[in-house]
Design a protein around this ligand. Structure first.
Ligand code: ADP
Ligand code: MG
Length: 255
């Protein structure tokens, strides 16, 4: 069994003629907390979308918990593994997006229980009990019957996190989850992530512009630029002694 939760092996990904990743290699250990920082357009979201199989690849291999998402066909074309296998692979991961994507016509609790009931086959009672427990975890036990429109952005995002956790993932993919929030609502969301990271039960890939937070919770920070990892290392090294000029320039833009 692989020691890695996620493996990118010589992955090439292009959009038309535009090559984003070329022979890209990136491994993440089980229960590692990795932050990805870098300018807009550097490929951070595409990396997560490839993992969720929302995007294909042009060459190479991607593995999640040791299982490959793609199969080489005779003649060299890459095709996704069969739907059942993909569902299993996706089931290891929970993704939280910048723009919450809650169902507006469903209560908070139903937003959380919908997938466990229909995808995992949980009974309504079981899904409800789990959902309420998760709402307690994110500090929203009193909002179970509210609708998303009645919540603040920070509360919506905490529901988004609870919804991802309801599928019992071992890997959490967090794509700029505080970028759409008013500054005063950022901390309540980061506090939830801080708690989850402290449990040491999840592999976390965190795309973020919250440099102080990345520094605090990450085992490793990776600086991306133009589809490549320019520099990576422990947070102290990346933030205190960046080796590359591009990393320094990027970090300086946050001062
Ligand atoms: P980031 O999340 O770091 O801002 P993205 O992964 O969203 O960057 O995008 C990386 C690059 O890939 C950008 O140049 C973007 O324009 C391009 N790209 C992403 N998705 C698509 C797509 N569906 N079609 C064409 N180009 C895309
Ligand atoms: Mg992005």
């Amino acid at each position: 069994m692989s020691d890695y939760a996620v493996e990118f092996d010589n992955v090439t990904k292009q959009f038309g003629d535009n090559v984003l990743f070329e022979q890209f290699n990136f491994n993440i250990r089980k229960n590692e907390v990795v932050s990805i920082i870098g300018p807009s357009g550097s490929g951070k979201s595409t990396l997560l979308r490839i993992l969720m199989t929302l995007e294909g690849i042009d060459a190479g291999m991607v593995r999640v918990q040791g299982e490959s998402l793609w199969h080489m066909q005779k003649g060299g074309a890459w095709l996704p593994a069969d739907e059942r296998h993909l569902r299993k692979c996706r089931g290891h991961m929970g993704m939280v997006f910048q723009h919450f994507n809650l169902f507006p016509h469903m209560t908070v609790l139903r937003n959380i229980t919908e997938a466990p009931i229909h995808v995992l086959g949980q009974s309504k009672e079981e899904a409800r009990a789990n959902g309420l427990e998760l709402l307690r975890t994110v500090g929203l036990a009193d909002k179970a019957d509210a609708y998303p429109s009645q919540l603040s952005g920070g509360q919506k995002q905490r529901v988004g996190i609870a919804r991802a956790l309801a599928m019992r993932p071992s890997i959490l993919l967090l794509d700029e989850i505080t970028s759409a929030l008013d500054p005063e609502l950022v901390d309540e969301v980061l506090e939830v992530i801080r708690k989850l990271a402290a449990e040491d039960a999840y592999t976390m890939i965190l795309v973020t512009h919250e440099m102080y937070f990345a520094r605090e919770i990450s085992d490793r920070v990776c600086f991306f630029d133009a589809g490549a990892i320019v520099e990576e290392g422990p947070p102290e090294q990346i933030f205190n002694q960046p080796k590359h000029e591009r990393t320094r320039a990027f970090l300086n833009s946050f001062l």
